[in-house]
Design a protein around this ligand. Sequence first.
Ligand code: GLC
Length: 530
Amino acid sequence: MPDWQWWQRGVVYQIYPRSFQDTNGDGIGDLRGICERLDYLVWLGVDAIWISPIYPSPMADFGYDIADYCNVDPIFGTLGDFDRLIAEAHGRGLKVILDFVPNHTSDQHPWFRESRSSRTSPKRDWYIWRDPKPDGSPPNNWISNFGGPAWEWDEATGQYYYHAFLKEQPDLNWRNPEVRAAMHDVLRFWLRRSVDGFRVDVIWHLMKDPEFRDNPPNPGFQPGRPEIDRLLQIHSTDQPDVHEIIAGMRRVLEEFEDRVLIGEIYLPIERLVAYYGQDLAGAHLPFNFQLIHTAWNVRELSTLIDEYEAALPEGGWPNWVLGNHDQPRIAARVGAAQARVAAMLLLTLRGTPTMYYGDEIGLAKVEIPDDAVQDPWEKNEPGLGLGRDPERTPMQWDSSPHAGFTTGKPWLPLSPTYAECNVERMRSDPRSILSLYRRLLALRRERKALSVGSYRSIGVFGTAFAYERTLGAERLIVVLNLTHEPHLVDLSSQGRLRRVLSTCLDGEGDLVEGTLDLRGDEGVILESVG
Ligand code: GLC
């Protein structure tokens, strides 16, 4: 049997550090807070945590604008706190993955300040500076992902600089070997501090068209969509030479043992799988966000899984993501009942699942009053529903004031449902979604077929679909009902089966002969009993 890596067997849990646990009363989570909650994560049964950026930052994009890659922002603590967190996590068998943001820095980063200081600065070429067109307008038509032009005029030096996101986030020039070397050293800095890997921010953005050609208009653009969708990003992202850059990062990780490289990539499957790299020398896990964008019905989902499985390169390890700090939460997208089915789907598909903090308690969309909005995207393009604050609200630990998250004023409002929707209440309720997540995680750990076994689609049965996971003699079948209506599923061709786990908790242990009586919103894991 192959020797599986921890990042193949395990489950990743994303922590948005501002919102996990505050320990100093400033209303913003911190590293000590994460440390305090490690026992919870062990109890829950995850294997690794990925922490969104913790580095010194003016927080224009809440840490995705980094002013120093090799330190910790005082809001989150100190390097000493970080070292302690690593030691405490490792002591509990948990891996720690950091967010690496190589596409852009903060405009307050000393590199950019230097670059901006004059046209002859030794760091001028570390960023992307271009002359205006003869009429003074920007060098091309590229748009910022947060709306508005992607070029910012610098009066003092008479050139524009490029920023794929906020103007406070100037893009680095990865064609410059000095930039590559400096960023590789950043990776080594954290790898030596024993981090187990990186989630690399917008990795498909790193290289731009060398000629900076205009992006063509998007014929499918519809009003109400973000401005960035007006153009097809064919020259500003996903360039062929990005793969060599990723392979370079991977080589740095290979200097150390057992580290993982995860890439954030929003691309359709056929382009996404190229990020495994030639000879699998790219990202170990190019994040697969398809579950976030695919319509929640059996046809679309079962087709998606088959297409993704078929598109993977030989030896490329799959992965699945249900939500993150940039996307509406799963419970907001599919509702509370289906969020349970989604949990079973995520934790029984082949490949590495990534969970998002709070999804395990069924946290749904939290309404953000206008005067509480934090997200710069919402501020730039208000009223389109683009804001990411609703999925970044504080974790709800108990029924005490501010849900045990902070003794101060939380930086974003809590869900008004927190008195019921919290870890303490839910962990003693066997029917809660938290208990379901915990059982699924435990089963996945116990039954290796669920994590590393092969995948085979069994088929679509009306409103339900079924698939099989097999490893050696272990064979498990997962049947998921994606609607509120009950459904009879004919499993007579599957041999004798026993119900192992149901999202409704009913009939566990019962034998299933022929037909499975599936309730509305029910997912069932069955085992083959010969
Ligand atoms: C990624 C991050 C997002 C951030 C953006 C710019 O998409 O996940 O939160 O705003 O990159 O760094």
